[in-house]
Design a protein around this ligand. Sequence first.
Ligand SMILES: [Zn+2]
Length: 255
Amino acid sequence: MIETIAVVMAAAFGAVIGSFLNVCIYRLPRGISVVWPASQCPRCGRQLSWFENIPIVSYLVLRGRCRTCRAHISVRYPIVEAITCAMFTLGWWYYGPGMLLVSRLVFGCTLIVLFEIDREHQILPHAITLPGIAVGFLFSFFTEPGWMSSALGIVIGGGSLLAIAYGYYFVRHEEGLGMGDFKMLAMIGAFLGWKLTVVTLMMASFVGSIVGVLLIATRRGGMKSALPFGTFLALGAAAAATVGQRLLEWYLSLY
Ligand SMILES: [Zn+2]
């Protein structure tokens, strides 16, 4: 019984947090405060009442439209809420209560926000990545991966992408990677430690190149159409944070 209540609460809490992540995704790139003013319809500006702010449910009841001006509400809202809800529920089950759970959930929330902002705007706001580095490092004193691995993760994660960015610039005289990418990988390093940061970078590059080849093959984009690398870093980091350790052990056992 207590188990069931805990899972339901984790799910509800996750959905509410997901609703806040939507606010961050919409407002951070536009330079609007995430705490003030209260949520409103972006078209008619009417302030939303409490029953229009219920995660997932409101979208379904309103059928994805504003009550007054009938403007379409982006399907991104319920999707982000559902994913965050699932993350909190599965995280509770997978990690169990403790500091690692808190660290992973905070990390997961930043990944969701960075993924979506990078996908929509091709930017990775410093307002998330820089505090993220500090928070991840702070967590490492109380749980995985330990402060030493975390510090190495920041240096190796940030350093490797910075080196690649400079190298690309040196050869091609144009920016290949955005400057947000290296800060994001430094943040990933802070939360996951240096080993899983290497796993993240490998997975992100692997998935990124497959998607890139598919886009070129289906002629949806040329060689140079910018695929935001931060979205792949977010996916790679999510995989590394959950199954990365086992993947690493399996890989090393082959030799
Ligand atoms: Zn409206």
